[in-house]
Write a new protein. Sequence first.
Length: 245
Amino acid sequence: MTIKGVLFDFGNTLISIELDWEKVIPLNIANMVNYLQSQNLPVDIDPFGKRFVELKNLKHQLGLQELHEYKSVDILNETFAEFGINHIPDSILEKAVDAFFYPEESLYTVIPGAHQVLQKLKEKGYKLALVSNASTGNLVQISMDHRDFTKYFDVTIISADIGYRKPHPRIFEMALEQLDLSPQEAVMVGDVPAYDIAGPKKLGLKTILVKYHESAEAKKQLTEIEPDALAYKITDIPNIIESWN
């Protein structure tokens, strides 16, 4: 069957999100706390900010097991509750989460050649979807907008917005439904075998594992399921897809 659509992972597939987290996380915490203090909320970096990160890490590990995405705004609300602070407006929670992620988002870099590859696929008529795990949809959308990626994608599916994390089949099924494609008409491209290969393969999609930017997450989350192809350069992706047509 002819390939008509391509699903892309975002982090470490189209942009690099490999950072020095020991330096970045304190910046994230400080930026969030500064915002909350500007709203006259009685919080500080330690213990409030550090507890938020601790809870966030705990929920992330739980989400890996359940294939469920715990939203950062809910985790922040839970942190407030632990400190006896309740009824925080949703608007403040959302802006605080945006503030938390701002320092790291500003450091993400585009994988060289990503724009050219997406433009080439669009010109050839492929439907494109972004399918990403993230604890807040705003982080991905802001990063896409800042790097001029939004224009390429017909569909954007973020785990925080739907509750399911890759490799849960529903996240891929939703992308296919919105693209109006069958699994046999689509390819998933990503860097983490357990997320981007195992799930789509079980549904019947072709898969491309990117090897040009192996992340720490990719090395941790392994699977015995083999991809249909490997991309050692981002420019390999259109050629691989074309070879299947």
